[in-house]
Write a protein that binds this ligand. Sequence first.
Ligand SMILES: CC(=O)N[C@H]1[C@@H](OP(=O)(O)OP(=O)(O)OC[C@H]2O[C@@H](n3ccc(=O)[nH]c3=O)[C@H](O)[C@@H]2O)O[C@H](CO)[C@@H](O)[C@@H]1O[C@H](C)C(=O)N[C@@H](C)C(=O)N[C@H](CCC(=O)O)C(=O)O
Ligand SMILES: Nc1ncnc2c1ncn2[C@@H]1O[C@H](COP(=O)(O)OP(=O)(O)OP(=O)(O)O)[C@@H](O)[C@H]1O
Ligand SMILES: N[C@H](CCC[C@H](N)C(=O)O)C(=O)O
Ligand SMILES: [Mg+2]
Length: 491
Amino acid sequence: MKLRELATGDLEALIGASHGVAGGIGADDLEITGVTADSRKVKPGMLFVALAGTKADGAGFAADAVAKGAVAILSATPLDLSVPVLISPQPRRSLALLAARFHAGQPETMVAVTGTAGKTSVASFTRQIWAFAGLASAQIGTTGVVSPSRNDYGSLTTPDPVALHTLLSELAAEGVTHAAMEASSHGLDQGRLDGVHLAAAGFTNLGRDHMDYHPTVEDYMAAKMRLFDTLLPKGAPAVIFADDEWSAEAIRVASEAGHDVRTVGRAGTFLSLKRVEHFRHKQIAEVHHEGAIYEVDLPLAGDFQIANALVAAGLAISTGVPAAVAMRALEKLEGAAGRLELVGQAKSGALAYVDYAHKPDALEKVLTAVRPFTSGRVIVVFGCGGDRDKGKRPIMGEIANRLADIVIVTDDNPRSEVAATIRGEVMAGTPKGIEIGDRAQAIRAGVAMLATGDTLIVAGKGHEEGQIVGSQTLPFSDHAEIRKAMEEFHP
Ligand SMILES: CC(=O)N[C@H]1[C@@H](OP(=O)(O)OP(=O)(O)OC[C@H]2O[C@@H](n3ccc(=O)[nH]c3=O)[C@H](O)[C@@H]2O)O[C@H](CO)[C@@H](O)[C@@H]1O[C@H](C)C(=O)N[C@@H](C)C(=O)N[C@H](CCC(=O)O)C(=O)O
Ligand SMILES: Nc1ncnc2c1ncn2[C@@H]1O[C@H](COP(=O)(O)OP(=O)(O)OP(=O)(O)O)[C@@H](O)[C@H]1O
Ligand SMILES: N[C@H](CCC[C@H](N)C(=O)O)C(=O)O
Ligand SMILES: [Mg+2]
């Protein structure tokens, strides 16, 4: 693709700016063979985008990129190089727009969901509702990519723009017309979604997370709100969960941006939740929408799943699924892998779940959610990740101490940190905590304790399939360890 075709619209000004920078007339005639922000991935003919990151400054790799065959550079500041240098005040946004144009084609109807907890669940539920309505649909997020033809494991919640647009263009070519993606605060802050054309967007909630990256919770919220104040086209539906502490702020931002705000939940007006009955493996919810009353038999445990289901239904209805169809689809929902997923049931009836709560709010919600159907004790096994927000450790300890009867503190991806130190910081919040570093042994101990009426929650890893120690990922599965211990203690 010619640089001229690549750099049009928003980017036209940039190519103008490039003339003369490298003395390069005819720069716009350059044939570009690819776009990347990683000098290690440069192939001859590519455009290299220099980004200032958290660890390195891409500008320092620009000369290396040219040596590898890059024929043009995009940078925030002028660079003295032998190839044209396009200047952009927002190189991350430019990268996203360039990637979207180079890897053209996206599923026609795309939605994105943000919030501290529930994104993966909402993306999965939205895909499932669309599929129920007969639409070719996909989900993109923490657990990877699911579409009619794929079930690929992923690494980032919001992929980088080049990976994202390569994927979107492939999905579109495969016939996927509807896709739901997760918008992480990192992704939004770094402009990873800036090239995506959104039909609607959703918000679940805000709690403490990523305080290692965002200086304050307001900054964290502001990053999330980019979805509404910058990315979602004016007038598009904004589906907002109404019962969170931060709902009012999200509604304010979305209204000010001129969106069609649709609130869901107990305080919601688009989908109003009037009544919920909790059962062991399901719940029955009464939902009102435009004068109609639906009684929904949701086959998932946990009050928070109703919130996720309503946001997903709101997004599906806002993208053309009839409300009655969406409500019927909710009755067939499968939980996202590792999100309050029932993995074992002892003869005594005691239940063992795997959950992905790895932040305070999520842990609070999940431990609260299982209480109504637990006549015995709530037992929790969890830890905190290394090289991540240290402040949340004692907070999560305190939550477990308050909401569980038995607390077992173990390891969860210590990464470069000393595992015992992390456990110590969690233990500081939980006087009743029992410390068992080896995660398999911790799970075994939790399962061994299970008696009639008890519920075990193994939290933090969810769908993950490894334990990261140092720079190594050792194979590990909470699911497999629970099943093994179940056979041993509750055959
Ligand atoms: C902190 C963070 O978000 N980092 C992301 C960010 O990297 P960065 O720009 O800061 O990278 P950097 O290492 O400082 O390098 C700066 C630039 O120099 C380039 N470089 C670097 C070295 C080199 O030899 N050549 C070269 O060109 C890099 O490619 C980069 O463009 O941009 C990269 C490209 O998009 C991401 O891969 C990278 O994610 C790292 C791997 C990561 O762990 N991110 C996590 C924290 C993350 O994004 N998580 C969120 C949220 C998850 C959740 O909600 O729990 C997610 O969406 O997954
Ligand atoms: N609506 C919700 N409110 C509060 N907690 C929730 C909600 N939905 C899920 N959770 C809790 O958060 C965990 C993660 O859920 P999910 O993966 O859907 O969220 P996420 O926003 O994608 O998280 P991440 O950013 O870690 O990928 C669940 O296992 C559960 O403990
Ligand atoms: N995307 C999150 C997942 C954390 C999951 C938990 N198991 C941990 O390692 O802290 C992160 O990398 O921060
Ligand atoms: Mg997620």
